[in-house]
Design a protein around this ligand. Sequence first.
Ligand SMILES: *Cc1c(COP(=O)(O)O)cnc(C)c1O
Length: 457
Amino acid sequence: MSEQIRFNLTENDLPKRWYNINADMPVPPNPVLHPGTLEPVTPDFLSVLFPMELILQEVSSDRYIDIPEEVRDVYRLYRPTPLLRAVRLEKALETPAHIYYKYEGASPVGSHKPNTAIPQAFYNKAAGTQALTTETGAGQWGSALAFAASLFDIPVEVYMVKVSYQQKPYRRILMETYGAKVFASPTEHTQYGQSVLAADKDNPGSLGIAISEAVEAAAASGGAKKYSLGSVLGHVLMHQTVIGEEALMQMDLAGEYPDVVIGCVGGGSNFAGIAFPFLRQNLKDGQRTRLLAVEPQAAPSLTQGVYAFDYGDTAKMAPIVKMHTLGHSFIPAPIHAGGLRYHGMAPLLSALCDSGHVEAVAVPQVSTFEAAHQFARHEGILPAPESAHAVRAAIDQALDAKQKGEKRTILFNLSGHGHFDLAAYEAFLAGQLTDYQYPEDKVKAAQAELPEVALAA
Ligand SMILES: *Cc1c(COP(=O)(O)O)cnc(C)c1O
């Protein structure tokens, strides 16, 4: 008899609540600081950028927050997402381990990002926001927000990193199809963009610069426009917990419970989405699942960064938070996993790593693509280069179990598909990909620019 490989939920199983880990954090929260004064921010400062409902979610200590029906209605377009067992990959690896994956590439834009884009568009619409501003690197987040905003009928302005705008047109075209306005950042529309271009008219842009421009565009709009962020913040991580809540039910259908849960980390949202509900079971229900975050060696904030207060963006306009950081002025090497090129990490995840509740590992680019290639050949799905980091770690876990002769149940989040990343696969197949060594000197230089924060005890 062949093994069951799909564990299907119905529309009725779609979670009704998000899980808010603030309620169960084993360590107290750190303050969020104003980038100018270095003092704790006031709700006034945040309300320039975000609608009140999202600010309240950010600071809420309620364990569960109801998902509005309007949001669940849109989730129903693609949720619950599939959970599968990778039996062909297991056979190829000759491992006694069982490998399960949750497939978030099933969303209309091909990643987990709509899980937060949809509620963000909904709450902004409800608050009367006239337009949203945001940044995007290669376009995953921009296309998710453009999709969500088109359903709730809000205009979107996307500041897209200039090199991606020029070299990766397809996600830009997708955003424009959904009705978004897409600008190549640095632009002449913002003062910060102008200052960057004045210093270097050929500046290729970076995610940090694009964030600064999107924040400025919202802050300067007199309340008409709000800013939307696709990762890092607590409410974003919370919106993603639908992934883990579904996975708990699906693992139950499979009759197994994971020994290890794995996800890739850029800002930390898809990992938190799958891992936090399992962490709750560890904290509240006596489970002992290992939670493993996987980052690229080229931007290793959790494994090599310092745990310190730092700016969220390059221009020092975004709030200062305590996180694992490589330094806000650090610009990671141009690896193909654009979504993992961020200098910092979600504060909630940083705190949980610091307290030992979450583990982290960094993997190099070439072996990451080798894992994705192996996965595609046995399971059919072509992983996004970001998600490939989780695939690498899952295969490494399966090989470790084999070497030790252990049964092990592995669950990883396949955060997206790679259909817009075929140029990266082309380079891989041609043997043209390289590894980037950890840039110790550049990180040291960037970390010398951390803000000096003196907090009242
Ligand atoms: C953006 C993105 C990531 C990284 O962001 P997180 O907030 O860390 O999840 C990972 N995978 C895919 C497919 C992405 O689009």
